[in-house]
Write a protein that binds this ligand. Structure first.
Ligand SMILES: Nc1ncnc2c1ncn2[C@@H]1O[C@H](COP(=O)(O)OP(=O)(O)OP(=O)(O)O)[C@@H](O)[C@H]1O
Ligand SMILES: [Mg+2]
Length: 254
């Protein structure tokens, strides 16, 4: 594996499954033997918690973005083949930095430069906003993964997000590969199917083939600090996430 992929998990809408997707994807990739780095870019620190790490007991990304610490000082071994950079206590303060002009958006990209070659996958779990933290994630990434629910208003939000990404591509001068995943899917609802069809129609080549169904196990697992592969390894959800991991690896989209 020579490709080093950096993927920002983004959606400005809250509660769509960004953190759940991030936690289960990073673990799923690590279980396949890839070297994976998970970065918690959300001051809510829910990726950190979901992986069973107490954010109040560790140093995190705030040290890198605010105090210029080397990011490698903050790697926490989270699972075999998986390192985590926790959010840290002061991460929300980034949004209030007023000095530095455009370079404020490049802090994470610069921090990662030296690390990229050590990892097959770097995933960045973003907060539900479009502020400076998310700007840092997008500038640091070559790809974005957008978790979506199967409801109608989500589609509107997605068009807006795609337009924003277009502006970023112009500023960066290169393409940002886009992937969409239906992360809380209710297969029996007609509306969900309609939304899925619309995604395939309007965003060809972007919707990953495996949708993640809504399930109690997925909602419960973070409270134990476990991923679905640990909490309910034989469940339908674990199987779906396993397939989703392969979709991301092989870029299997509709
Ligand atoms: N497939 C699913 N089935 C059932 N519950 C789910 C599923 N995916 C996520 N959830 C639950 O939905 C809630 C929101 O998910 P999650 O925290 O991953 O979203 P988010 O986009 O990261 O939220 P935020 O915008 O606040 O960061 C959580 O309680 C999570 O456990
Ligand atoms: Mg989240």
């Amino acid at each position: 594996m020579s490709e080093h992929r950096i993927i920002a998990v983004i959606n400005q809408k809250g509660g769509v499954g960004k953190t759940t997707v991030s936690a289960n994807l990073v673990h799923g990739l690590a279980l396949k033997g890839f070297n994976v780095l998970a970065i918690d870019l959300d001051p809510q620190a829910q990726l950190t918690t979901s992986l069973g790490v107490d954010n109040s007991e560790v140093n995190g990304l705030d040290e890198v973005l605010l105090n210029q610490r080397a990011i490698s000082d903050l790697f926490i071994p989270a699972r075999e083949n998986l390192y985590l950079v926790a959010a840290g206590y002061g991460l929300a303060d980034i949004e209030h930095i007023t000095e530095g002009g455009a370079s404020r958006g490049m802090l994470l990209r610069n921090a990662l430069t030296e690390e990229i070659e050590h990892y097959d996958y770097i995933l960045i779990d973003c907060p539900p906003s479009s502020g400076l933290l998310v700007v840092n994630a997008i500038f640091a990434s070559k790809e974005v993964l957008i978790p979506m629910t199967g409801d109608f208003l989500a589609l509107q939000g997605l068009s807006h997000l795609m337009a924003t990404l277009g502006n970023f591509e112009q500023a960066l001068g290169n393409h940002i590969r886009q992937m969409i995943v239906l992360s809380k899917f209710q297969a029996r609802r007609c509306l969900s199917q309609e939304v899925k069809n619309k995604l395939i129609q309007h965003f060809p080549g972007k919707l990953l083939q495996t949708e993640i169904s809504e399930s109690v196990a997925l909602a419960e697992s973070p409270s134990f600090g476990k991923t679905i592969f640990e909490y309910k390894p034989k469940s339908k959800s674990a199987l779906e996430y396993k397939k989703l991991v392969d979709d991301v690896i092989d870029m299997r989209a509709y």
